[in-house]
Design a binder for this molecule. Structure first.
Ligand code: MG
Length: 390
């Protein structure tokens, strides 16, 4: 069914509409039974990079336990929050979902530690930005279609995937990079997905951090966002077991902040009255936003997690191991590209002919960024442990 035909739920004029899409890089016939943005979402779900997110780290390394979030469950939670908000604001649900599911496709193994390590290795060769890599995955690296490289997604979806980008890189990206040079906004579906990403990880990291016993409820009590919901749950259900208490509090925190996002964005829309997606793009600041208090509390939680969870010595030990593994992989493959499997070696040889050492480095980075946590560990062993089979 077409996204625009939903009776009284009809899309708002400022939402992404199929018929106003700036289209795909390689023109294709319209899908018969789906909207253009539903097709984008479906292509993302069927991609190799999406499946690999199962075994990529969010904060905890994949083998630490089955209950922790990985990039795939994170992406699904982002999509869930973003879709709810999109529907409430009469935005395009399918586009919001597609952007949310694709936003982390370019992530390296080992979460942010991996991203930093690869960026470090790539510094002399143009650097590595995971967000730009997500775009590279859908534009270039996926090999699924006879007629084109990549997934050939709509402009609107690609615009949403590229959340941030240095001006230097933006200059090389053509129309998709223009907004970073002109300081324009992306569509509302992209703005919502971006905030839903923060809401999702803030809240699920509280849950995962408590489960891993790296943070405690007593620490969280200093945070307004947590304290308010905690007091109301305990008041309503004294004696509730800790597991259910934590889940009930986290559930209410997500609900509280998502409601704040919907209400604040709606009032921004009422004031700005954009008549099209291009009106949204031309605004001086994003229309999707939290209220000043909501934003403050949200940032307070973010800072707390940075300090107490992401910098917990056990997490830092893991990230320092990850950094060494990625650096060693990069050094080995960049030093001798024939150590990579043939298709990646061939990519590196071609890229080096075209662009010199920068091309070679990019091909190595593509290979490493595509790895799952466990594959990276295995490759490291195969390269450096003489007793391991190659
Ligand atoms: Mg994310």
């Amino acid at each position: 069914m077409n996204d625009t035909v939903r009776g009284s739920d009809a899309l708002a004029p400022y939402a992404a509409h199929d018929e106003q899409s700036r289209g795909r890089r390689y023109p294709e016939p319209k899908p018969a039974f789906r909207s253009e943005f539903q097709r984008d979402r479906d292509r993302i779900i069927h991609s190799n990079a999406f499946r690999r997110l199962v075994y990529k780290t969010q904060v905890f390394v994949n083998h630490e336990g089955d209950l922790y979030r990985t990039r795939i469950t994170h992406s699904i939670e982002v999509a869930q929050i973003a879709r709810t908000v999109a529907l409430a604001l009469r935005l395009n649900e399918s586009l919001t979902e597609a952007i949310s599911l694709a936003h982390d496709l370019g992530h390296t193994p080992f979460g942010h530690a991996g991203q930093e390590a690869l960026n470090e290795c790539m510094r002399p060769y143009g650097g590595f930005e995971h967000n730009l890599q997500s775009l590279r995955v859908v534009d270039e690296l996926e090999e699924r279609y006879a007629e084109f490289r990549g997934l050939n997604l709509t402009f609107e979806c690609r615009e949403g995937i590229l959340k941030h980008c240095s001006v230097r890189n933006a200059r090389e990206l053509g129309e998709i990079g223009e907004r970073f040079i002109q300081r324009r906004q992306p569509g509302l579906e992209a703005q919502i997905s971006n905030l839903a990403d923060e809401i999702a990880y803030n809240n699920h990291d509280v849950d995962d951090g408590l489960r891993a016993e790296l943070i405690e409820i007593s620490d969280l009590m200093h945070l307004r966002l947590f304290r308010r919901q905690y007091d109301s749950v305990v008041g309503q259900y004294p004696g509730l077991g800790e597991r259910r208490l934590v889940h009930e509090v986290v559930r209410r925190m997500i609900n509280y902040i998502a409601t704040d996002l919907i209400q604040t964005t709606q009032s921004n829309l009422d004031e700005a009255r954009p008549q099209s997606m291009d009106d949204v793009r031309a605004q001086p600041t994003p229309l999707a936003a939290l209220s000043p208090t909501g934003h403050e509390e949200h940032v307070e939680l973010m800072m707390f997690l940075r300090e107490h969870l992401y910098r917990h010595y056990k997490v830092l030990r893991m990230t320092s191991k990850a950094r060494r593994v990625l650096k060693a992989l990069f050094d080995a493959f960049f030093g001798d590209v024939s150590l990579m499997p043939p298709e990646h070696r061939d990519n590196a040889v071609v890229a080096e002919k075209e662009r010199g050492p920068e091309g070679r480095a990019r091909a190595v980075a593509d290979y490493i960024a595509g790895m799952t946590d466990r594959f990276a560990i295995l490759e490291h062993r195969r390269l450096y442990d003489a007793t391991e089979r190659t």
